[in-house]
Design a protein. Structure first.
Length: 147
């Protein structure tokens, strides 16, 4: 099922449209809804029966978690001198009550404990990118936004 989770994150805006899988939205603009359905056929070891998974039905991919756990959003548009336009959305995840409200990856590999003296309750972000870049609805792998 992990592969479905990864694909549902990669193709999030293809699947859910311009506003993503926002479960808090009271009204969904039909102009922003995608009509693309991506289905994956999972062929597992015998004697299990193959099953179909529609990526639109997955609601725990990271992009859905980012959208639905954010406290607020900030939409921006930047224009360049030569017909260049960059539009985006920043999502605010505050630090509240001594804990991070940024969603945790449900499929992340758990950190190994070295010894009792070096226990870290909340891991730092590490080498994960601060921003992920999507182009026309698809996540662009290995992209970052420079400082």
């Amino acid at each position: 099922m992990t592969i479905c989770f990864v694909f549902s994150h990669l193709y999030h805006y293809y699947i859910h449209g311009l506003n993503g899988n926002d479960m808090k939205a009271s009204n969904r603009n039909s102009d922003c809804v995608s009509n693309i359905d991506i289905q994956i056929s999972l062929l597992e070891k015998f004697p299990k029966i193959p099953r179909m998974v529609n990526l639109r039905e997955i609601d725990n991919d990271m992009q859905t978690l980012y959208i639905n756990t954010s406290a607020d959003t900030f939409e921006f548009k930047a224009c360049t001198d030569v017909d260049g336009i960059v539009e985006g959305v920043l999502r605010y995840h505050p630090f509240l009550y001594d804990r991070e409200t940024y969603p945790e990856d449900p499929y992340a590999i758990p950190a190994t404990e070295e010894d009792d003296d070096s226990i870290v309750l909340n891991q730092a972000r590490g080498k994960r990118p601060i921003f992920e870049c999507f182009w026309n609805g698809r996540l662009i792998p290995y992209t970052t936004v420079s400082e």
